[in-house]
Design a protein around this ligand. Structure first.
Ligand code: AMP
Ligand code: MG
Length: 346
């Protein structure tokens, strides 16, 4: 394990238990196999039910390898990744020979970016670097206001296609305000790929939990998967329980995953490109249930930035996606198809 992964894993500790797989009776536990690894800056666990230990271990290995492969391509912290290659390229220059898979994810990220009117932005790496939530030790104070203002000025000069994919599959980053940060979407994508690997290899009852991104398939016998959603302000509290019977992806974005407090103000890792600061939309946690993890991941981040009104409008454009929002005062609102029972009213 390299250093980055080691410290990034530690950094993610505060956000590890956004979504929990809740305990089950002994008989079910006996059929349950689980393994956890440090990947993508967080603890990733894969749980299977009703498969033999040999089969489960072999296929989990393939699924973890798939996450590792996606991370090696898409992490902006790994020196050899395609994303690092892009971010290091001179601005305005066309970069070729990029993996098709990466271009495809970038296209999807750009599309959600447009639909969210720029609230979701996969080009925020320079701003993310200014805030430094991925640094070790974590920051204790916001960056100088002049640095943020400089970024906003550079950004105001961006053309519409800040990240441009040419018809011959080359990619160009317009100016120094833009760099790829796929942190709001790639974890979900990796979870999807890992789940596809499990399913393609015959493991049909499975749950993958990567910090705030989870995907489930099958069941635990005749029982649903039993998932807890963390109370944003009480690390051991659960605000809602989701009993999921069908294949589903669940993603949570919250202001309690990576944050610091300075002079009584909470600064967290989900940034509003309009202000260059952590998003203050009146929401402290957004959970999205969707068919795939990539969509759930991108939408939970988007809704967090947009806030309740605009966020729920955006959600309506995605069929089969549901959300549970927790407001600053602790009150909750959920769309009609969101699968959950509340374990308490905060
Ligand atoms: P998530 O935890 O899925 O909500 O994603 C947060 C991560 O996405 C951050 O750590 C950044 O890497 C990245 N990010 C931050 N702000 C945004 C934004 N407005 N749009 C897209 N990605 C973002
Ligand atoms: Mg996300």
């Amino acid at each position: 394990m390299n250093n980055w992964r080691a410290w990034a894993g530690l950094l993610a500790i505060s956000g590890l238990c956004v979504l929990w797989l809740l305990g089950s009776p002994r008989q079910e536990q006996e059929a349950t196999l689980s393994e956890t690894r440090l990947l993508m800056g967080t603890l990733v666990s894969i749980t299977t039910w009703g498969h033999t230990e040999d089969e489960s271990t072999r296929v989990m290995e393939l699924a973890f390898a798939e996450i590792d492969r996606v991370e090696a391509m898409m992490s902006r912290f790994l020196p050899a990744s395609a994303v690092t290659h892009l971010n290091n390229a001179p601005r305005g220059e066309k970069i070729s020979a990029l993996p098709t898979e990466l271009l495809q994810l970038i296209r999807q990220g750009l599309e959600i970016g447009q639909m969210s009117k720029g609230a979701f932005d996969i080009g925020l790496a320079p701003l993310s670097d200014l805030w430094g939530f991925s640094r070790e030790p974590p920051p204790e104070a916001p960056p100088p206001a002049s640095d943020l203002q400089h970024w906003l000025t550079l950004r105001a000069n961006l053309p519409d296609a800040a990240i441009e994919i040419t018809p011959d599959h080359q990619l160009r980053l317009a100016n120094a305000a833009v760099g790829l940060d796929l942190g709001g979407i790639a974890k979900g994508y990796a979870v999807d790929r890992a789940m596809e690997t499990l399913l393609a290899n015959g493991v049909t009852n499975a749950l993958i939990n990567a910090g705030g991104d989870m995907r489930l398939a099958g069941s635990k016998g005749d029982k649903p998967w039993h998932i807890g959603l963390r109370d944003p302000r009480q690390p051991n509290g659960v605000v809602a329980v989701m009993d999921i019977h069908k294949a589903r992806a669940i993603s949570t974005s919250g202001d309690y995953e990576r944050f610091f407090l300075a002079n009584g103000v909470r600064y967290h890792h989900i940034l509003d490109p309009k202000t260059a600061a952590p998003a203050r939309s009146g929401l402290i946690s957004v959970t999205v249930q969707a068919t795939d993890s990539m969509t759930a991941d991108a939408l939970s981040t988007s809704l967090f930035v947009l806030g309740e009104q605009e966020g729920l409008k955006l959600l309506q454009r995605f069929p089969d996606c549901e959300a549970l929002l927790i407001r600053e005062d602790g009150s909750m609102v959920q769309t009609s198809g969101f699968i959950a029972t509340r374990s308490r009213s905060p």
